[in-house]
Design a protein around this ligand. Structure first.
Ligand SMILES: N[C@@H](CCC(=O)N[C@@H](CS)C(=O)NCC(=O)O)C(=O)O
Length: 156
């Protein structure tokens, strides 16, 4: 039985993170058909459930309305009994939190802004780019299995 409906698009990275947790943990999660970015999440019906109009968002059969990727992913991981996704000792739990926080604030946040600046989705700003790009690279370098350099992103 599905644990809830996830509002996201097919490619939204935050939604993919939650769906990956569900897949890894063997948790059944529906995705809402026909979700349209900045249309569905701005509708009155959606805003009544999720007042910030942000997605991903989860609606459970019990009426829980949850936003924020980390909170939803943690909730889904918590339903995956014996998956050890959240760790099984205080030390492991802290390490899970460490990497979740690192991924969101040290890797994703600067990477997202740099990607916006370089793709033209955000008006280019050299000072911001020079500040964030080395931080994004440094964070990528933390992952032995992630290519440490992205050749298509110029280093400054
Ligand atoms: N802090 C949120 C950020 C989610 C987010 O930025 N969602 C974007 C789509 S990628 C959104 O809802 N945009 C619509 C808006 O901001 O009104 C999370 O981690 O889930």
């Amino acid at each position: 039985m599905s644990v809830g409906k996830l509002y996201t698009t097919a490619t939204q990275n935050q939604g993919l993170r939650i769906r990956a947790v569900a897949a890894f943990g063997g948790v059944q999660l529906e995705t809402v058909e026909g979700f349209e970015s900045n249309v569905t999440n701005k509708s009155a019906e959606y805003l009544a459930k999720f007042p910030l109009g942000k997605y991903p968002a989860l609606e459970t059969p019990s009426g829980l309305h949850l936003t924020e990727t980390i909170a939803i992913a943690r909730y889904v991981a918590g339903l995956a009994k014996n998956s050890l996704l959240l760790g099984s000792t205080p030390e492991e739990e802290a390490q899970v939190d460490q990497w979740v926080s690192f991924g969101d604030t040290e890797l994703f946040a600067p990477g997202r802004i740099v990607a916006g600046l370089l793709s033209g989705n955000v008006p280019y700003n050299k000072v911001v780019n020079r500040y964030l790009l080395p931080r994004a690279h440094r964070s990528c370098d933390q992952f032995p299995r992630v290519p440490p350099r992205y050749p298509h992103i110029p280093r400054l």
